[in-house]
Design a binder for this molecule. Sequence first.
Ligand SMILES: Cc1cc2nc3c(=O)[nH]c(=O)nc-3n(C[C@H](O)[C@H](O)[C@H](O)COP(=O)(O)OP(=O)(O)OC[C@H]3O[C@@H](n4cnc5c(N)ncnc54)[C@H](O)[C@@H]3O)c2cc1C
Length: 473
Amino acid sequence: MIERNHIDALTGLLGDRGVVTRPEEMEAYETGARYDRGSAGAVLRPATTAEVSGAISYCVRNGIALVPQSGNTGLVSGSTPDGSGTEVVLSVDRLTRHFELDLDNRSIRVDAGFRLSDLNRRLEEHDLFFPIDLGADPRLGGMIATNTGGSRFLKYGDVRRNTLGLKVVLADEAGTVLDLDCDLRKNNTGVDWKQIFIGTSGAFGIVTECVLNLERLPKQTATALLVPASGAHVLPLLNAMEERLGAYLSAFEGMSKNAIAAAFAHVPSLKNPFQGGNIPDYVILCEISRTWEPREGEQPLDAVLETVLAEIWELEQAPLADAFIGPPHETWALRHALSEGVKHLGKLIAFDLSFRRGDIMAYCDHMKAAMPEKFPGVTVCDFGHIGDGGVHFNLIVAKDSPLLTDPTFEQRLREWVFTVAVDQHHGSFSAEHAIGRRNQAIYDLYTPEKLKEMAAGLKSFTSPGKLGSVRFG
Ligand SMILES: Cc1cc2nc3c(=O)[nH]c(=O)nc-3n(C[C@H](O)[C@H](O)[C@H](O)COP(=O)(O)OP(=O)(O)OC[C@H]3O[C@@H](n4cnc5c(N)ncnc54)[C@H](O)[C@@H]3O)c2cc1C
């Protein structure tokens, strides 16, 4: 619980709209997108960077712990409070004032509370977009703090690659505002301090404003669902497409049969394009795009895709078994339904892993072969961003399975998945969801002591107050 005098003081700083204490209004801020349900002492909703600074300064001086929150779509329990009732959520959802578009620079200076969908809706009239694409609708502050990847990483990179500058408030007694809001693409004038706030889950400061690189909106897009000849043919297929399509290739997403079946079951309106409705073992969603309108005499993009697929089809030891060219909105609807579909199958134990591109299918195939003997009753429903080596390795256990009554089961399963991924395949235990309470233990296990020591030093130097739900040091 937060004492009444603190609530009154914070209300004095932020106004009535800036402080939420009624349980029914706090609930949405206390409940995570997938796993967690915490209990907040209060929710603070400052509307300007100056208000963020004032609130942080007050909390640090009074020893109040803060958990930054943006869209609350994170999947590792980073954005919600613990169950103690003593942590205060600092939401940036009212930070939506600045929207300063620089068309010549192809960049925007914008507040951290904007939702990705709102940003892109407003950019559409300028034929521009912020090129991070995912099945959720986060806010920009959280995207920076998690360094969101998404489905078009292959072409545009992650948030880090598209962030030019930041404004950050440090959790120190002064609530120091750090101006790193440079709008230059080239700037090598010393330490690039903005990088320590990208992908570090709000541990070193709260992002209130950002300057982002924008991209031209594609005017032509073609998509297809590809059936590789086998798991071992997925990478040769990607290589063959990259060789023939270069920068046109904008997505190469993998979907397992189980994940697709879950999406069809959860969203019956999705179109099943496969012959006889039979879902292949593994399917790739590929997308190609270009930024200009079709020109007279130029091959339309659908035809380019068809030509390339025909070339690959005719290769010796062709990596392709089948292909279905379909409208982008239909193919992407399937891709974006996977996450929710899988969630509804039973108890979900999810992993966000990444590998060298050449190792990703070897890992998945190895785990699928070993699972029935190692953990009978666990179903693998993986899908992922094959083009950048990422895989959402989802494991499902039926809700009435006796496995769930074994108190050691989940721990043993998680240890096995991580050991094979990190120790044997040299992958990452957190590809694009960053660190939160959910994967703190695995961070502690795999991070060398010297790096933890350096992170602890950075933390006490930048934000000595109680900030964020993660301990890096
Ligand atoms: C259906 C679904 C699909 C998804 N697909 C993808 C995907 O393809 N790729 C991907 O990368 N992620 C994906 N995610 C995960 C999630 O959407 C991203 O991690 C997202 O960018 C988090 O942004 P948010 O605004 O929701 O942040 P939140 O969930 O609010 O916060 C995430 C973390 O950032 C910290 N934080 C929040 N705001 C700030 C701030 N202003 N300053 C400092 N720290 C802050 C929080 O404390 C927390 O640690 C998916 C999630 C869902 C539910």
